[in-house]
Design a binder for this molecule. Structure first.
Ligand SMILES: C[S@@+](CC[C@H](N)C(=O)[O-])C[C@H]1O[C@@H](n2cnc3c(N)ncnc32)[C@H](O)[C@@H]1O
Length: 371
């Protein structure tokens, strides 16, 4: 690892507060890794969890930060021993502030002896310099990177797009980025008038495509920005959740970028878990999924209408609809529920399959003509 730095934490008060934003962020990491660890470890001898802005490891109120959340997810995983019998899991943590870094190391030490196949590489470095050097080495030596989940969680909106782009050229790398939207949005508004800001934005978007966002209204702009990040790193899927403040304005967006269908499905499932009413947004004061007395149910009517519209065009195989629903916010389970209920209600029917009415048997679905 590189030379120690002391970048001085610019927002030390962050550690005295633990609100729903942090909880949602950590719940998403925990739930995602819970599925990601066993899936990737069964195919690869080494996988990596990389926390670029690792922080202190613990808030003043005792809640754990992302590095410890990630480590505990593996330590407490029901398949832990099986998973580690064939795979080494490397946890790489970068933290710029010396004091934070020392606290993080103490939190890791407090976990006690870890199983042999869990490796930790924690460093008091500037993550972007560190990543730049590591990428250069890999590129020069024409080497592959092990499958990696890279969590990028800065305080501010400045992150070099070229680094993210180079990371994603390794096809098994996934990014999970905390996009500090309020500040980035302001910067985009000012960028066309201020040369210095324009340069910063050129670096974030690895080019001047951000200028296309300037004339857009606020909703189009945030959606457009997510699409620009997706295109910039050439990811197949971008899945995101809006984190809204008390006035309902977007403060942050948590953006997941992957080239794998399974990663897309898993992140969608995780987002539904943290906001069960399906809006793909969380508020600063929201409840955690466990705190609902009556868990909100998603309103599946828009999905029902989507299925009816598709089948109005032509019959579809069940699996075709499942493929197509991947690009929507709906889960595959929602689609299966809707298909079954439309058939029960006599709106659609099936043909050309053997066995149970089940997606695996892939019947052709069609709309029943009304006389
Ligand atoms: C939002 S906090 C991280 C929170 C942590 N990911 C969590 O969820 O518990 C941001 C951290 O990044 C550190 N930091 C800021 N710039 C950095 C850089 N260029 N390289 C590494 N760490 C940096 C700060 O000192 C701070 O501890």
């Amino acid at each position: 690892m590189g030379k120690s730095v002391d970048l001085k934490d610019t927002t030390p008060g962050y550690w005295d507060n633990y609100n729903n934003f942090q909880r949602v962020k950590h719940d998403l990491i925990r739930n995602y890794l819970n599925g990601w660890f066993p899936k990737l470890s069964s195919w690869h001898g080494k996988i990596v969890y990389f926390d670029t802005h690792a922080g202190r490891g613990k808030h003043s109120g005792g809640q754990y930060g992302s590095p410890i959340v990630a480590l505990q997810t593996l330590m407490e995983h029901s398949f832990r021993d099986r998973l580690l019998s064939n795979c080494e899991v490397l946890f790489a943590f970068c933290e710029g502030d010396k004091g934070n870094f020392e606290k993080l190391v103490a939190e890791i030490d407090a976990l006690g002896k870890l199983p042999d196949n869990i490796k930790i590489n924690a460093a008091n470095v500037d993550c972007y310099k560190q990543l730049g050097k590591a990428l250069l080495r890999l590129e020069e030596e024409n080497k592959e990177l092990a499958p990696a989940f890279v969590f990028v969680d800065p305080y501010g909106f400045k992150m070099p797009g070229s680094i993210l782009k180079r990371l994603m050229t390794f096809k098994r790398v996934e990014l999970f980025i905390n996009v500090i939207w309020r500040e980035l949005n302001m910067a985009i508004s000012n960028g066309s008038k201020q040369e210095g800001m324009a340069k910063t934005l050129d670096s974030i978007f690895d080019g001047n495509v951000w200028r296309d966002l300037v004339p857009l209204n606020s909703e189009e702009r945030s959606e457009g920005c997510m699409a620009l990040f997706k295109d910039m790193v050439d990811a197949q899927w971008a899945t995101y959740i809006y984190m809204r403040g008390k006035n309902h304005a977007t403060r942050y967006m948590l953006l997941h970028l992957t080239n794998h269908d399974d990663g897309r499905d898993l992140m969608k499932d995780c987002i539904w878990k943290v906001c069960p009413d399906g809006g793909f947004h969380a508020s600063v004061t929201g409840l955690s999924a466990d705190e609902y007395l009556i868990k909100p149910e998603p309103d599946l009517r828009p999905l029902q209408n989507w299925v009816i519209k598709r089948l109005g065009e032509r019959p579809y195989r069940w699996q075709e609809l499942l493929q197509d629903v991947r690009s929507k916010i709906w889960r595959q389970k929602h689609l299966n529920d809707v298909v079954r209920s439309l058939r029960r209600d006599g709106i659609i029917d099936k043909r050309d399959h053997k066995g149970k009415f089940h997606p695996c048997n892939n019947p052709e679905l069609f709309l029943i003509e009304v006389e």
